[in-house]
Design a protein around this ligand. Structure first.
Ligand code: PSV
Ligand code: MN
Ligand code: MN
Length: 424
């Protein structure tokens, strides 16, 4: 479904005077407002193909209406998000959940919606119907070389799909690990995993990156073979310069200082990408910014500081993606909320007075350090984010536009009430 441009313009027209008042006020506090706006316009967050339908939990799934039934419809949904917010210009595929049968046509459809293909994701955490060997006891870590080879071959196949679509990175998340003490020899599991990753790495095109995603627990609850950023960093370092660590916000033990992890990985040139979500307990995959918005700001604060220190481009030098699931909300509304939260935190981080902070740190003025950060974090930047959207043709308020234009109703009309999304 392609939303007619004039509908967004009409929607914006109704709120324009009010917006202008709010924006002028907000902008009056920002010295380099044009620079900030350009950074916001450039910043794009990829949407995963598995987040467009209702996720559910292992206890049940309560599907909504009008969910995408195919990869084509998933691309249309991301296109719709991008039309509204102009910040969701990429889609990330999970293979084999979303195998592009006709890559050229899929690529053309995505381009029609202004979308690129972000990282492709491999899947060796489930057994597929036509699969010879089982991943029950792991994939790349497996004690049986034949299982490891099957996992390696799958990843190489995923790279092949990615090349056809114009993707330039592979994300490897392994559910490998052990459920009980004694089940694994940790060293052997690490070495098997490294050897398998090396075989995949050897198949990467020159301009590609490989992201090694870590996760503290689940589905294995005693050990994970890529359990934390230290282990991921170890693999990435041993693999080579095209390999990086990927941080998923929900993959840490409680109270982990994620912003410090981000800072040090950036310092080492080994931070590759991000999976945004929020959580109260573990890998809850909740809407970004819904539980700990201040933590999100602190993470962006380190991202901006660290990327600037290394002369990196905020928009293109790291892979930005949402990795969330939606149990009780309309997935598209939830994704709009997530992107909005990311843009707000990013804007606030851009407003931090870096010079003053460095001086306060040097003087051990702890109170002032906190004040500087909180001054930025407490600034209402919503009108600045809205202005960036307005300038790039999006809607002033994305969620309100989605509701007012009755877009879910239109999708239900097109796809039916019972349509069930493929994938997660
Ligand atoms: C695992 O929990 C994860 O975060 C990985 O990124 C997977 O690819 C994704 O979720 C989807 O299951
Ligand atoms: Mn993830
Ligand atoms: Mn996860």
């Amino acid at each position: 479904m392609l939303l007619e441009k004039y509908k967004i313009e009409e929607f914006n027209q109704a709120g324009l005077a009010e917006h202008k008042r709010r924006f002028d006020f907000a902008a009056s506090y920002v010295k380099n407002i044009d620079e900030v706006l350009q950074k916001l316009i450039d910043f794009q967050v990829a949407i995963p193909s598995w987040a467009l339908g209702t996720g559910g939990t292992r206890f049940g799934r309560f599907a909504g209406g009008g969910e995408p039934r195919s990869l084509e419809e998933k691309i249309e949904d991301v296109g719709l998000l991008h039309q509204l917010n102009r910040s969701s210009g990429a889609i990330s595929l999970h293979i084999p959940w979303d195998i592009p049968q006709n890559p050229a046509a899929i690529k053309a459809l995505a381009a029609q919606h202004g979308l690129k293909f972000d990282a492709v994701n491999s899947n060796t955490f489930q057994d597929q119907p036509d699969q010879k060997l089982s991943y029950k006891f792991g994939s790349m870590q497996h004690v049986d070389k034949a299982v490891r080879k099957q996992a390696v071959d799958h990843n190489i196949e995923v790279i092949r799909h990615g090349i056809e679509l114009g993707s330039e990175s592979l994300t490897v998340w392994l559910s490998d690990g052990s459920s009980f003490p004694g089940q694994l020899n940790f060293r052997k599991a690490f070495q098997n995993t490294l050897e398998s990753l090396q075989e995949v790495y050897a198949a990467l095109p020159d301009n590609w990156k490989m992201f090694v995603e870590y996760k503290a627990f689940e589905p294995n609850f005693y050990s994970m073979s890529v359990g934390d950023w230290g282990q991921s960093y170890l693999y990435a370092s041993k693999l080579g310069e095209k390999a990086y660590t990927l941080v998923d916000l929900g993959h840490h033990l409680p109270n982990a200082n994620i912003e410090q992890i981000v800072s040090l990985l950036l310092m080492e040139g080994k931070l590759g990408g991000f999976h945004f979500n929020d959580s109260k307990y573990g890998d809850d995959d909740l809407t970004v910014g819904s539980v700990k918005p201040y933590q999100l700001f602190l993470i962006f604060n380190e991202l901006v500081e660290g990327m600037d220190a290394r002369g990196m481009n905020h928009a293109t030098d790291l892979g930005w993606m949402i990795d969330a699931s939606h149990n009780v909300k309309d997935p598209l509304e939830d994704l709009l909320q997530s992107v909005e939260a990311i843009m707000i935190a990013y804007t606030q981080a851009l407003l931090v007075d870096r010079k003053a902070l460095a001086e306060a740190q040097q003087a051990n003025d702890v109170v002032r350090c906190q004040e500087i950060l909180q001054t930025a974090a407490r600034t209402d930047v919503r009108a600045i984010v809205a202005e960036a959207r307005l300038r790039s043709g999006g809607a002033l308020q994305t969620l309100q536009a989605f509701r007012q234009l009755e877009l879910r109703k239109a999708l239900i009309g097109e796809r039916g009430l019972k349509a069930v999304s493929t994938g997660l």
